[in-house]
Design a protein around this ligand. Structure first.
Ligand code: IMP
Ligand code: MG
Length: 185
């Protein structure tokens, strides 16, 4: 299939992403000097961003993953997300940095933050590649590290999917409307 046939607009190019990931990695490296990090990726959307990000963090670190239910209707109705796969290791006393692909309504991070806080980490911060503030349903959500603010488009690529596809593209783009069905999101 011709790539051009389904891309409406490339929103963030590969070099733009790579430059930003380096900046974020440098900032995190500075901020956590002398500390050890536990980097927690939220599956599946964050896996590519996390892989690039940790190669730009020059600190001792370990990784773990969590998977959260993505039934949007359910999430939006009560603000509670379901943990499909929990962390493998405890995080008490650890400096935890959660890595997310995108903060949209904010409900996932709000809930996850509450859940992880109860486990007594030494610190708990988030690094999200993308932020869609127009869709926010949670007020006063602190985002520690942020790549790009984007308008209210549904975007794919660089780990983000629509119906599990397009994660393998090295840039972030908007799908043409004929490839995009609101109901399957
Ligand atoms: P929220 O902040 O709780 O609304 O949810 C964030 C999650 O919704 C992300 O981790 C993505 O899995 C998904 N999501 C939100 N917006 C987009 C998008 O534009 N493209 C792909 N996935 C998205
Ligand atoms: Mg998804």
């Amino acid at each position: 299939m011709e790539t051009d046939s389904f891309i409406e607009q490339v929103l963030i190019s590969e070099p733009e992403i790579q430059t930003k990931v380096k900046e974020l990695g440098n900032q995190i490296t500075q901020d956590y000097q002398g500390k050890e990090l536990r980097v927690v990726g939220i599956l599946r959307g964050a896996f590519i961003f996390m892989a690039d990000l940790i190669r730009n963090i020059h600190l001792p670190l370990s990784i773990d993953f969590m998977s959260i239910s993505s039934y949007e209707g359910e999430i939006e109705s009560n603000g509670v997300v379901r943990i499909l796969k929990d962390l493998d290791k405890p995080i008490n006393g650890q400096h935890v940095l959660v890595v997310e692909d995108i903060i949209d309504t904010g409900l996932t991070w709000k809930h996850l933050k509450e859940v992880l806080s109860t486990r007594s980490p030494a610190s708990l911060r988030i690094c999200a590649l993308l932020n869609k503030p127009e869709r926010r349903l949670v007020s006063q959500l602190d985002l520690d590290y942020l790549g790009f603010e984007i308008p209210n488009y549904f975007v794919v690529g660089y780990g983000l999917d629509f119906d599990e596809k397009y994660r393998n593209f090295p840039f972030i783009f908007v799908l043409k409307s004929e490839y995009y069905d609101q109901s399957v999101r």
